[in-house]
Design a protein around this ligand. Structure first.
Ligand code: FAD
Ligand code: SF4
Length: 403
């Protein structure tokens, strides 16, 4: 570990030194130079400031050495509403199985709620070694305090090496709170996970607006925690046989308390999200005006799919934010995706490049979307899309006539 030491007697022109820091981490307080939390240890102030004004000092690392052998197993948090398991859970179990096999660790599922006896058996069809179940009335509805206590209790008793959590509305609250509670690291929205032989989880995710893929490790802390969005990993096939065991757990009464009273849970009106669609037609900036979206809507409807879009469509106020694909939107994995007037930026592609079949329509033959498309249609969407619609309708007519 290193820290910066300031020698106030050598600072000289304080304003000049402050101006050196590109991160605004140097400031003047009561006539003295101070370093704030924005410091990135870039050392510009050390190298370019007056000699000896700011120096780097090695500090002793007082953290107790981590015995990684004490932490075993890859655990998956079971995301559910009223016992109905979110499919991201199965995807994470599949990934956990793959990671665990590299280091000879077991796979666990952690299930908290009320009246779960049937649902926890279902998990045994997906290759978990054990399902730890906290089945208590007070856990009927998700409350952040009680559920964080569940995770903490599980971590203290089971000592899993890694915990994978779905990046759902619940997971996005629960994972960071738990990580802070047990003082460990968390990588949000991982797109790739791997395991090194020393049980360090290799957590990879886009960073700096998708321009780089950051590889993040948590070598000095356990458990290692990561969230992963729905449809990033592949769910294993359900086996007919059950395997593994169910381990009932009990959270002490005082840890079940929540400052929130859930009075009623009202289901939202059902809507098909773009993540759940097998066919998507995507509108990009190549669409000239809002009314032209109807053309793409018609194509989507003919194919039994929905209309999605790139970010500029949201910024223009033409479409709902729930329909945006990409890094700051949704991740989709449809069987067929047809992009219309989409350039294929890294931020967009990160949300759809796992689609089974990608058809791209773009006037620019050098557009980046053509590098990931399986079928490249170079041309004007205003000619190609009506042509496609006409062809589909004509074919439907033939089928309807029984030919
Ligand atoms: C941190 C960050 C996060 C971001 N997150 C997202 C995200 O989640 N999702 C997202 O989409 N973007 C995101 N962006 C924005 C992203 O960088 C791009 O600006 C955006 O994806 C471009 O959208 P587009 O392809 O529709 O538009 P453009 O890049 O402008 O591309 C339009 C394309 O249409 C083609 N075209 C024009 N006319 C026609 C026509 N008549 N027929 C056929 N083709 C035509 C052009 O050749 C061009 O390739 C993010 C950016 C940042 C910095
Ligand atoms: S090390 Fe870099 S970031 Fe930190 S105070 Fe000096 S110039 Fe600023």
């Amino acid at each position: 570990m290193e820290k910066l030491i300031i020698d106030q007697t050598k600072v000289g022109d304080i304003k000049k030194l402050i101006a050196l820091c590109p991160f605004h981490a140097l400031e003047e307080r009561d006539g003295k130079l101070e370093i704030n939390a924005a410091c990135k240890m870039c050392r510009l102030c050390v190298k370019q400031g007056p000699a000896g004004a700011v120096t780097v000092q090695e500090t002793e690392d007082r953290r107790p050495a981590l015995d990684k052998d004490q932490w075993r197993g890859i655990a998956v948090y079971v995301d559910h509403v009223d016992g109905e398991i979110h499919p991201v859970t199965y995807e994470l179990i599949g990934k956990a199985r793959e990671l665990a096999s590299k280091i000879g660790h077991p796979v666990y599922a952690l299930f908290a709620g009320s009246g779960l006896s049937e649902q926890c058996r279902e998990l045994l069809h997906y290759g978990v070694d054990a399902v730890y179940v906290y089945d208590q009335n007070a856990l009927e509805h998700f409350t952040i305090e009680a559920y964080t206590n569940v995770l903490e209790d599980f971590i203290e008793n089971v000592k899993p090496s890694s915990i994978l959590v779905g990046a759902t509305t619940v997971g996005r609250q629960l994972a960071p709170r738990t990580a802070a509670r047990v003082k460990t690291g968390l990588t949000a929205d991982c797109t790739i996970l791997d395991m090194s032989p020393d049980t360090d989880l290799i957590q990879i995710r886009p960073a700096f607006g998708g321009n780089i893929m950051a590889q993040i490790h948590t070598p000095d802390h356990r458990p290692q925690m990561a969230t992963v969005r729905y449809k990033i990993m592949t769910a294993p096939t359900r086996s007919e046989e059950e395997s593994g065991e169910i381990i009932p757990c009990l959270l002490p009464e005082k840890k079940l308390h929540s400052n929130l009273d859930v009075l009623e849970v009202l289901p939202k009106a059902p809507e098909t999200s773009i993540e759940a669609c097998d066919v998507l037609v995507v509108a990009g900036r190549g669409v000239k005006k809002e009314g032209d979206l109807d053309l793409l809507r018609e194509l989507a409807a003919l194919l039994g799919g929905q209309l999605a879009c790139t970010r500029p469509m949201i910024e223009a106020g033409w479409m709902d934010a729930k329909r945006q694909i990409g890094l700051s939107g949704r991740t989709v994995r449809p069987k067929l995706i047809i992009t219309c007037g989409v350039s294929g930026s890294v931020q967009f592609a990160a949300g759809m490049n796992n689609a089974d079949h990608i058809v791209a329509i773009n006037t620019d033959e050098k557009a980046a979307i053509f590098r990931i498309a399986h079928c490249c249609l170079v041309g004007d969407l205003y000619e190609i899309v009506p042509g496609l619609i006409a062809k589909i309708k004509a074919n439907r007519g033939l089928y309807h006539d029984g030919i």
